[in-house]
Design a protein around this ligand. Sequence first.
Ligand code: MLT
Length: 282
Amino acid sequence: MADCSMAHSVEHTLALPHGLIAWDALGAHDAGVTMVLLHGFPHDRGLWTSQAQALTTAFPDTRLLIPDLPGFGRSTPPTESTMDAYADTIAALLDAAGATTVVIGGLSMGGYIALAFWRRHSARVRALVLMDTKATADSAPARARRVELIEAIQREGFGPSVPSLIPGQLGRTTRETHPALVERVEIMLRRAPEQGVICAATAMMLRVDSTPTLDTITVPTLVIVGDEDALTPVSDAIAMSSAIRGSRLVTISAAGHLSPLESPDVVNAAIGEFLDVAVRSA
Ligand code: MLT
């Protein structure tokens, strides 16, 4: 039977000088809170299906904006591969959506963009939800791995690299017990456009250390991490959370790097409670 409580999603697009940005909008325009969800690398807005489906139950009185980041899904690759450029594109999207102040939720690369957004557009940030992400810049070995990935894509396309990325994306429990989800994530990775992957890998490789930014954050902040996250482990989340005044840290058991997809009910409950207690009543 169809779920009648599921919010209706409407796709929007905006033409920017570099091309198109596409996003889904769900919920009432005049909802009490607008939250934008930024996916990680190399995902698209499909990462947030479980959050979109739970809108009316987990996040009542919330409007959700869920973009494809530049270069992924239906959005055109950026002309400038920097976190600042991705953040400015999100600001343009918010202008077009008529959203003045928003909760910025970002997973991994989406979190790097959320921190860049805070530096550049802090007046528009009502709260932050930082999921499976970290503040530090790439180490030298991490940069070398990005270069290897970019060279491999240029040589043979992105497809052959996808299987090696799965163990970093999903926790051990999901990989051992949830083959359908593993397949779904693999399909999402395989549809990532090569140019978008190269631009995002370049931007991540060049990103600045956001550690000094953490001390400047003055809005309510929720940090979420899967306890099986191998890419941005619990230790990164603890370091980030302890540097953000008053932030809360929620650890999701038996979930990896894609905790909102691997354990949606627990993540949705944590975000829903945060919106109620720390955002609406602030
Ligand atoms: C992501 O999920 O966005 C990436 O794995 C982050 C990274 O590679 O640093």
